[in-house]
Design a binder for this molecule. Sequence first.
Ligand code: PLP
Length: 375
Amino acid sequence: MSRLIYADNAATTQMDSVAFEAMKPFLTGEYGNASQPYSFSRRPKKALQDARETIAACIGAAPEEIFFTSGGTESDNWAIKGSAFLNTRKQATVTSAFEHHAVLHPCEVLERNGYPVSYMWPSREGYITTEIFRKYINSQTYLTSVMFANNEIGTIQPIKELCTTAHRNGSLFHTDAVQAVGHVSLDVHDLGVDMLSASAHKFNGPKGVGFLYIRNGLRIQPYSDGGAQEAGLRAGTENVAGIVGMAAALKNNCDALEENTRHIRRLESKLVDMLDSSGIKYIRNGGAIRLPGFLSLSFPNADGETILHRLDLSGICISTGSACNSKRTEISHVLQAIRLEDSYAKGTVRISLGKANTEVDVEAIFKALTKIFRT
Ligand code: PLP
């Protein structure tokens, strides 16, 4: 069996050892329930507060604006349903057609409950521009949800401008920043967003834990009832170890953001340069403003599934689209939204490089692709 080359960091990332070490005490000796008043619970309780402060500092928020969740899907569901359902006038929601299903499916729930939702089509380069947004937003819009960065093509949306436009029209603004947090520098107050979703396993933290930023003063329905945790808005005993690991991982990534970005961008350019000079016919999806390490590549008249399996035989993990729908062979909703021609869309793969990848990995990926397309 060849050495594993993991190039699917948009699906999940390897947990950092700093996160694991930070979690260990709370998985073993420090098992006290953080809600209990006795001294044995002091350390877990303090660990939660420290984690909240660390995470808040990484995104420019106040600690009380950070609400721990079970991950990106929960954060998105909570933000969308929790805010829209408070609006008894059933005003509209605007989102984009290439959001993750963790946003699209809650929006379908809104529609089934009589709340209108409109879905903006991005440009062919994969952007929701303010010009596009202006065609959909009006004074009847209660909530806007646009992802910070797309999970298949990596394009980064002009969130600050979209948010300003939303607010001018009286709409709340949520962003699914699951792919961006820990990978690009962002500040919630500078952006002006009302809610922001994040997930630890996308930034080298543990799985099954995330957070939702809710701006101070914004009212949203509780996600769950039955306890006083998370200011009474998300009842349930906290996943202390997971939360501690998430904070450690986020701080670690944010501290090394520039260095990681430089390294990943260098690898990305190397792969693109090699492909460009190889004569292999392909296109790269999405415009130039995108997350580091994201390569959505379409090979004409090829089959993405077959490419994935051929690379798998060489020990290389990549994806055909977003991990959540990698079992399906149909063209993903993201590629449909950017109107990619069918002959290219079917032969699309997503390579997502991370900080642990090396030049050797990139050379191996190139070699494996060459074997497929040069024979
Ligand atoms: N939003 C985006 C943009 C994602 O890429 C993902 C995961 O792929 C999610 C939401 C869901 O996050 P989680 O896996 O933490 O539930």
